[in-house]
Every structure is written in C-alpha cells, then in structure tokens.
Design a protein around this ligand. Structure first.
Ligand code: TXA
Ligand code: MG
Length: 327
C-alpha cells in the first residue's frame, strides 16, 4: 500500500478550518465532527480523493457515500428534490437526515462517490465545525464515518486517531459529537423509503410527511450495502464482462490496466485504461465512468484485464465480479 501519512490533529478553531479547506482542495483527507459522528471528508468531485477514502478505511467494496453540503442551494445542484424531499429538507436541515435523490443532469459528484448510481445521498450537517469547513471549502464533501471498515463509528477525535492515524492528513478535534449515531437515510425517488434508521426518529419524519415511510426489507449500512434490486442496487453495465482477460476476442471492447497491452488490443472495438501506470487509486477513480463509456461502445463483451488484489484492488475486483455476474 502507500507510505504512511503524518496525521495532524488540530483543535477546531479558525486556523484549523482554513487548514481543512486547504487539505480538501489538494485532494487530501480530513476527519471532522458532525452532529452525528466524525466523518472522513474528501472532495466529492475528485474521484482520486474519493478513492483515497476507501483506501484509508480499508473497505473491501465500493459502496455509495453521503455527500455533505453547506446549504440548500448546494444540495439542489446535486439532487432533484420532489415535494416530499423539499418538505423534509425544510423541516430537518441542517440535521441528522440524509436524502437519497435522483442526480441532477450536471451533478459534479465523482462517479466513484455514488458507486456509478444515478442517485446521490445528500445531507446538510448541523455542527458548526462541519458547516464552517464546508463553507470554507465551497464544494461538496463525501464523509463516511471516520473509522476503519468493520469498526465502530467514532464520536471523538481520539477514536479517529486510533483507527486512522497514519492513514489521513488531518483530524479537526471539535469534541464529542452530540448525537452519536449516524444520520437517518430516506430515499426520495417516489414513495419515501426508510433506508437506514439513525439520529432522526422515523416518527418525526412521518409526521412531517403526513404519512408512513415505506420500509426496505434490509436497510443498508456502509459496510453492508443494500441488496441488488433495491434502491441502492449496484450499477451494472448491460454488456457482458469477461474478467482476467489476457487477450481481446473478436467484437470485444477492452478495459485495460497497466502499461503492458493485452494481446489483440489493436482489434478491440474500444479501449480504455483504468491506469496506464498501474496505480490503483487512479484505477478506482476511473472505474465507473470507464465501464459506462465501454458499455455504450456497442461491443459484444467487455474484456477486463487482471487487476491486482492488493489495496484498492480488492474493492475494484469486488465490483467487477458483481458487474460480471449473470443477471
Ligand atoms: O451521520 C452520517 O450520515 C455520517 C456522518 C459522518 O455524516 N456519514 C455516513 O456516511 O454515515 P456514509 O457514507 O458511511 O453512509 C453511507 C450510507 C450507506 O448505507 C449507503 O448505502 C447509503 O449511505 N447511500 C449512499 N448513497 C446512496 C444511494 N445513492 N442510494 C442508497 N443509499 C445510499
Ligand atoms: Mg460507518
């Protein structure tokens, strides 16, 4: 994996907020408090920064992340608000509620952050440190809980340091988080659906909507995403995928990796390379957009060259295997 970073810890003052905005702008990783739990923030519009989030957490799979914004105007640039979504945002933002919305046509969020989906999870946190950082940075920020995959969500800066020290650039210490559990997630893509229970009680949401929330049979967590076929069903290309391909067959498009061309590359209908230098962070950042582009190439199949299994390779291979599974 990559060399360890020096993780700075700073008390949440004006200098730390400015520092956080600088690190985010440079594509780095900043842990900061929200009212729910500490989040691990990165520039949501920068695919490589988003890839570093998965790497730092050691997540074995790419699940879609929540995008944090400073105000309603910014949220409306990312997702389309139907009447229910607008009512919920007006009643509970800023606060521990995340809305899953249809992406806008010009949504600037990186494909990796939404795991290739046409929907985006958006939230406006209610914590002065989070809000100051979002305002200073001026762009949307992905922020899953700032813990190693499979560990508990952190509610203090010490928890974050214990889990992610040496793996991220900066921790902004704003004390213990008041709510202590993650935001409630509601899907607003038609009938509102409770996707994850959390810091905002269901009853408050139902009172505001004037009706019951639909339930998902198995709500997702960040380490166990929603099952395929549900609201967060995995992005999958229509064109069949052929994995671990060392040569290109007739009629195939090629998703390449690394500097060495596959045999028959010159005959491929279309070729994209996840990372010519064999960099897994770059490959992760390119994965969903290149799959989409090759899916549109009209090939009989997409041959995918072998991807190493170390580091982010595990999550890349996980997603490729799902995309290749028969449907
Ligand atoms: O309280 C919170 O929400 C914390 C703090 C740091 O803000 N953040 C957090 O983020 O929990 P994250 O990225 O770990 O949440 C991911 C959850 C997963 O359950 C994922 O399936 C769901 O959000 N999610 C994200 N995008 C989605 C989408 N487009 N459709 C359905 N679910 C989505
Ligand atoms: Mg988590």
């Amino acid at each position: 994996m990559t060399a360890p970073l020096v993780t700075r810890v700073a008390k949440a003052d004006a200098a730390a907020v400015a520092d956080a905005a600088r690190v985010l702008a440079a594509g780095g990783l900043v842990a900061f408090p929200t009212e729910t739990v500490y989040g691990l923030g990165a520039d949501a519009t920068d695919g490589r920064a988003v890839a570093r989030v998965y790497q730092a957490k050691g997540r074995p799979a790419f699940n879609p992340l929540i995008v944090h914004v400073a105000d309603l105007n910014a949220a409306q640039g990312l997702g389309r608000f139907d009447a229910d979504a607008a009512r919920l945002a007006a009643a509970f933002w800023p606060g521990p509620l995340t809305l899953v919305l249809a992406k806008t046509a010009h949504c600037p969020v990186a494909d990796l952050a939404t795991a290739g989906l046409d929907t985006v999870a958006v939230r406006m946190p209610d914590h002065h440190v989070a809000r100051d950082i979002l305002a200073a940075f001026g762009k949307p920020v992905v922020a899953p809980s700032a813990n190693r995959s499979g560990h508990l969500s952190p509610t203090t800066a010490d928890h974050v340091l214990a889990d992610l020290g040496g793996r991220i650039d900066l921790i902004v210490d704003g004390g213990a988080t008041p709510v202590g559990i993650e935001s409630t997630i509601v899907g607003c893509l038609g009938e509102p659906v409770l996707l994850r229970p959390g810091g905002l009680p269901r009853a408050a949401i139902e009172r505001t909507l004037g009706r019951k929330l639909a339930d998902t049979p198995a709500a997702g967590t960040d380490d166990a995403p929603l099952a395929p076929g549900m609201l967060a069903s995995h992005y999958a290309p229509r064109t069949p995928l052929r994995l671990n391909a060392r040569r290109v067959e007739a009629g195939e498009a090629l998703l390449a990796f690394g500097p060495t061309p596959a045999e028959g590359t010159e005959h491929a209908k279309s070729v994209l390379n996840l990372s010519e230098r064999g960099d897994l962070i770059e490959a992760a950042a390119n994965l969903f957009s290149q799959l989409r582009a090759l899916d549109a190439a009209g090939a009989g199949a997409i041959a995918v060259m072998p991807i190493p299994a170390d580091g982010l390779g595990e999550a890349i291979n996980d997603r490729l295997a799902r995309a290749a599974a028969p449907r």
